[in-house]
Design a protein around this ligand. Structure first.
Ligand SMILES: Cc1ncc(COP(=O)(O)O)c(C=O)c1O
Length: 414
């Protein structure tokens, strides 16, 4: 991404020309950013120690999955269809780990049939699995009693969280495994998403390793994802270099004491794809009240729900006029709800930027993760197209939805 003649470009392609070619609104991804995020992350760990399982819930477009596969990524999947998409996108079953929650046995059976490793997050599911597949290898998700994340909805560890077998119930898991002759070969945990300091990650790591050392057949420990990216201009990124050094040192020491070469896994989503994507929109309307100047665009929380759902900040640029006299504005979408605000940051809703005019394009940055993958068809609005910019060229990687796409599942229609 760069600014030339006061306009936003992706590599050497202007936002204006992308909008002309593909229409508005539009998700754009930069291949070079995705590759460099992956390479930067993996270079922080010694070769052979770490397996990176991209958390495909962040963005499951197969064209992006292909890029990550080429880089050497494996997959973290959470649903049967995610597993199927990953397999049909060319990942080997052995590269996929399934960690759902509140799963049916049917989903687990599908994974087992496909030879995909499953990671079970409750004692009830572990027992169901054991009855169905005694004397097999399986791993468990634990709740280490510690959680962290950018919003309460994103904290997945600690006593308020529904995820995993609570660490103090691990003896019960071991008893089930003994009763049915299971081999518990891995321990998994994911404490939350949007974590900006190493502290909770390392604290959770200690708790997870305390559990892991009780597993005589241990082959891997999976520490999940959650690595925060700087959405705000002043926000400090999680220091991944420091964290990876500390995780490596601790894990190697653990492995040595355990007496076996163990594999460390992590499951980043946002860290890899978040900075690689942006949502482009067009200004359609300006409305003023005694309090605010509302700038309306042709997209909404149906396309990017993070600001509405979590109050999450996304940087917004006027891609048609990147600098100029700034005004305080509220960037709002076309969904028929007052909460449809892109410029939200917690309770604050306004933003200062070169005052957008009708017809200009706004770029909502760092929208690659949990953007299109959390999108909906609310208000009977179609999802936008997705475009990949690679080597100075752009290409469509998902077309925009049509009326027919939105109506095809209705039984009593046409
Ligand atoms: C089990 C699991 N692993 C990994 C992730 C990825 O998190 P992030 O995108 O913050 O790295 C998630 C996200 O919720 C998750 O639930």
């Amino acid at each position: 991404m760069k600014i030339t003649d006061n306009k936003l470009f992706l590599e050497n392609i202007s936002v204006e020309s992308l909008m002309q070619e593909y229409g508005s609104p539009l998700y754009i991804y930069e291949e070079s950013v995705l590759r460099s995020q992956f390479r930067q992350l993996s270079s922080g760990f010694p070769q052979g120690l770490l397996e990176i399982h991209y958390s495909m819930k962040a963005n499951s477009n197969p064209s992006l999955l292909n890029i990550l596969r080429e880089e050497g990524s494996s997959i973290d999947a959470v649903s049967e269809f995610e597993v199927r998409l990953a397999l049909e996108s060319g990942f080997e079953p052995q590269q996929i780990i399934f960690t759902g929650n509140n799963n049916t046995l049917a989903e687990i059976e599908y994974c087992v049939e496909q030879d995909v490793a499953v990671n079970l997050g409750s004692l009830v599911l572990l027992e169901k699995y054991a009855e169905r597949f005694p004397h097999t290898k399986v791993s468990v998700r634990i709740n280490p009693g510690i959680g962290a994340g950018h919003h309460a909805h994103c904290i997945t560890g600690g006593p308020d969280s529904k995820f995993g077998i609570y660490h103090d119930q691990i003896e019960a898991a071991l008893a089930i495994s003994k009763k049915y002759g299971l081999t518990l070969n891995g321990v998994h945990s994911h404490i939350g998403t949007g974590i900006y300091s190493a502290g909770p990650m390392l604290e959770a790591m200690e708790m997870i390793l305390n559990v892991a050392e009780k597993f005589p057949d241990l082959e891997f420990v999976d520490f999940g994802g959650g690595f925060g990216i700087p959405y705000r201009p002043e926000q400090q990124a999680l220091d991944m270099k420091d964290l990876s050094r500390k995780m490596t040192k601790r894990f190697q020491q653990f492995s040595q004491n355990f007496g076996r070469d163990l594999v460390m896994k992590i499951e980043p989503g946002k860290l890899l794809i978040g900075p690689a994507g942006l949502l482009l929109t067009t200004v359609t309307n300006i409305t003023e009240t005694p309090k605010y100047r509302f700038v309306g665009v042709d997209s909404g929380f149906n396309h990017l729900v993070r600001p509405t759902m979590y109050g999450s900040y996304h940087k917004i640029l006027n891609a048609s006029r990147c600098t100029g006299e700034e005004k305080d504005v509220v960037i709002v979408g076309y969904i028929c709800e007052s909460g449809d605000i892109f410029s939200r940051s917690g309770e604050e809703i306004h933003r200062s930027l070169p005052s957008p005019k009708v017809g200009e394009h706004l770029a909502i940055l760092d929208a690659g993760a949990y953007g299109i993958s959390m999108s909906s068809q609310y208000n009977f609005r179609p999802r936008p197209a997705e475009v990949l910019v690679q080597g100075g060229q752009s290409r469509l990687i998902r077309r925009a939805e049509s009326f027919e796409d939105l109506t095809q599942c209705y039984v009593d229609f046409n």
